[in-house]
Design a protein around this ligand. Structure first.
Ligand SMILES: Nc1ncnc2c1ncn2[C@@H]1O[C@H](COP(=O)(O)OP(=O)(O)OP(=O)(O)O)[C@@H](O)[C@H]1O
Ligand SMILES: [Mg+2]
Length: 441
């Protein structure tokens, strides 16, 4: 028994020193703390509690197994029941087989073997229950092989703060933000040529367009703006824009130019025996054009019948670009609050051609459904759950076929304006672009 004061205090002092050391380790080097200490303990805990968690989340199945069971055998004269242990077939709750959880930067991932009759959607439905049971931010379900699923677990929301926008050196590929997995959120026009960017007001649509502009500004591409907010968003970026339309009639004229340009490029490719501009010799290859549209719905809203023809012209031109533009180096990035069928069949057809889908916070389930459409229903739930205090967070249909929560880098207008000025010398002149691909006689 310690009898002096220093001896009495030694144990609490040692415990306090260990606790302070652990706190400092976690605070100053969270990555090594996670991999060395927290992850092994978490993995043991997850494996040890998996039966209970699977049972609670409704992921077990009854199976007939031989099991030692205790059954009442006889009532003896003292009134106590004599029991008998027998080995017999009984229905037992079986949990899905779990591999060893593996650490990731923001949590862990684990592969499970599905039980008979189960499908990945059963786990997507139980994802929220699993997240609460494990006390983590989110559980995402993916399946790359029949009969197996992978749970990707993020402990804390990695999208609370996303760091600085990195340079995007590859042509037509821009890293615009971070995925919830910690990976880069890439908008790659060479793989996915046309994009829909939807979301309620103040959800971060224009910020994403700014990120795209900052990424594309140093590249040898022409940028064209359709700013249906009367030009307030894109006018400051005119030094880097080859053309800007700020009203519906200007858009109609600019689209006519784009269609003529596209037809010219078609002729150029046909003459050279190329299927697209990328098969042309580099010296003859026309400059790729990225068309940024803000407030898409304004192009389709009809106040009176006199606008019908103009809307029809615009709608047809946009659709033609979406259908044929990729081969001739014309790419669309359309932002809008509602991109719904009530705006007319033109919008529905355009939406169908835009395989890149981004859905920021939305007020109504229909907008999420319209934007993300055929994705997994849990993607729609996640889009509706984006809080207003996290602008820039979006659900993204990624090119790997999965959907992800992602957040764009915050690009204030000033930064985008500076980039537009800094790379103004790279802006191709619109008249030159239109002149270079005249339809061959
Ligand atoms: N990724 C982000 N990180 C932090 N803040 C952001 C981010 N994206 C947007 N914001 C903030 O949200 C505000 C609204 O963003 P933005 O203007 O892009 O919304 P919007 O969807 O274009 O709205 P509107 O429909 O009204 O044009 C911005 O001023 C900015 O402060
Ligand atoms: Mg906006």
């Amino acid at each position: 028994m310690p009898d002096t004061l220093p001896e009495l205090l030694a144990l609490p002092a040692a415990l306090a020193a260990v606790a302070a050391g652990l706190w400092a380790w976690r605070h100053f080097h969270p990555v090594s703390f996670w991999y060395v200490l927290a992850y092994p303990l978490t993995a043991i805990g997850i494996r040890a509690s998996w039966r209970k968690v699977a049972l609670g989340c409704g992921l077990t199945k009854k199976r007939q197994r031989f099991w030692w069971t205790i059954t009442p055998a006889a009532l003896v004269s003292t009134g106590t029941v004599k029991v008998r242990r027998t080995f017999r077939r009984v229905a037992v709750d079986t949990k899905p087989w779990m591999w060893l959880p593996l650490p990731t930067r923001y949590g862990w991932r684990v592969t499970l073997r599905l039980l008979e009759g189960q499908i990945p959607a059963d786990y997507s439905e139980a994802a929220e229950r699993l997240a609460h049971s494990w006390g983590v931010h989110a559980v995402r379900v993916s399946s790359d092989k029949p009969g197996r699923i992978r749970l990707n677990v993020t402990i804390h929301d990695p999208l609370i703060r996303v760091d600085q926008i990195p340079p995007s050196p590859d042509l037509l590929k821009v890293t615009v933000g971070r995925l919830e997995t910690g990976g880069a959120w890439l908008i790659d026009f060479t793989t996915v040529p046309h994009w829909i960017n939807a979301g309620a007001t103040q959800s971060g649509k224009s910020n994403l367009a700014n990120a795209l502009l900052v990424g594309l500004a140093p590249q040898p591409v022409a940028l064209v703006g359709f700013d249906l907010k009367g030009g307030v968003e894109f006018t400051p970026y005119t030094p880097r824009l080859s053309a800007l339309a700020t009203s519906r009639s200007e858009c109609s004229d600019l689209l006519a130019d784009l269609i003529a340009l596209m037809i010219g490029r078609m002729g150029q490719c046909r003459t050279a025996g190329a299927r697209n501009i990328w098969q042309l010799p580099p010296a003859d290859r026309p400059v790729p054009i990225v068309v940024l549209v803000d407030e898409l719905a304004e192009l389709y809203l009809m106040a009176d019948k006199s606008e019908k023809d103009e809307i029809a012209r615009i709608s047809t031109a946009l659709l033609r670009i979406a259908q044929l533009g990729r081969a001739f180096g014309i790419y669309l990035f359309c932002s809008g609050q509602r991109i719904s069928s009530e705006l007319g069949p033109g919008v529905t057809a355009l939406r169908a051609q835009c395989s890149g889908r981004i859905c920021h916070r939305v007020n109504d389930p229909e907008t999420a459904t319209m934007t993300l459409g055929d994705l997994d229903p849990s993607a729609l739930d996640s889009a509706r759950a984006i809080p207003a205090e996290k602008p820039g967070v979006a659900i993204v249909a990624h090119q790997d076929g999965q959907w992800y929560r992602a957040r764009s880098f915050y690009i204030p207008e000033k930064t985008a304006e500076q980039a537009a000025h800094a790379y103004a010398h790279l802006t191709p002149d619109w008249a030159d672009i239109c002149a270079e691909t005249k339809i061959p006689a």
